[in-house]
Design a protein around this ligand. Structure first.
Ligand code: GSH
Length: 224
């Protein structure tokens, strides 16, 4: 398997399947292509329907869309237990994973992932704060109802955790205030060796993507 990724500093969608595959101990190759590389689109369109990262190549099978990649690896490697075993917990995990994939645009726009940025509090507007409150409530609820036996949202690490890893990064970078259960959950995610591995690689990347560059902000604010 080969995972095609965007910049580890900026590409939050890329981080999701990458960290799930790492935590699951799966063997895979990876290739990072900077989002501002002149041939980015041309290269991605050869392997992905959308021309975006992340994309997984597994022989003749090409999978794009972060959540579809996570579903693919969860199905191919059932022993990795990337979804909860219990049907009710699994339904809930799928709901919140899909919610992340489809929503929280204000948070994604106002607090773009950027691991280089020093931790600094940002004043949040009402719609971003509403996203924060929803995620804080969701994490707190999962920890209370589904997490017996482990420190993650459903006990052991699942696709639902993978989907929220970049949100943990955003909350950390912008010093977003959350309740004690969410704060403890963030510490669990940030203590993962795979978190440190991704972050260390991000800090060494040479590409700085200026937020005032004419074409780039659309990607930064809406897609990353
Ligand atoms: N819904 C997609 C979003 C993928 C996405 O927007 N990727 C961004 C980088 S994080 C990208 O490839 N942007 C480059 C472009 O749109 O040309 C997913 O879940 O994988």
């Amino acid at each position: 398997m080969k995972l095609i990724l965007g910049n580890k500093n900026y590409s939050s969608w890329s981080w999701r399947p990458w960290i799930a595959m790492k935590v699951a101990g799966l063997a895979f190759d990876e290739e990072v292509i900077s989002l501002n590389a002149p041939d980015f689109k041309q290269r991605l369109l050869q392997v992905s329907g959308t021309g975006k990262v992340p994309t997984l190549i597994d022989g003749d099978i090409h999978v794009w869309e972060s959540l579809a990649i996570l579903e693919y690896v969860a199905e191919k490697f059932p022993d990795a237990k990337l979804w909860p075993a219990d049907r009710a917990a699994r339904a809930h995990a799928r709901a919140i994973a899909n919610e992340m994939h489809a929503a929280f645009l204000p948070l994604r726009r106002k607090c773009p992932m950027n691991l280089w940025r020093p931790v600094k509090k940002l004043a949040l507007d009402d719609e971003t704060l509403a996203n924060v409150r929803r995620i804080d409530a969701m994490w707190t609820d999962c920890r209370a109802r589904f997490s017996a036996g482990g420190p993650f949202l459903f006990g052991h690490f699942t696709v639902a955790d993978a989907m929220y890893v970049p949100v943990v990064s955003r909350f950390h970078t912008y010093a977003v205030e959350v309740g004690p259960a969410s704060r403890a959950y963030m510490q669990t995610i940030m203590a993962l060796p795979a978190w440190t591995e991704w972050r260390s690689a991000a800090l060494k990347e040479p590409w700085e993507l200026p937020e005032d560059e004419p074409d780039w902000p659309v990607v930064m604010r809406e897609e990353v």
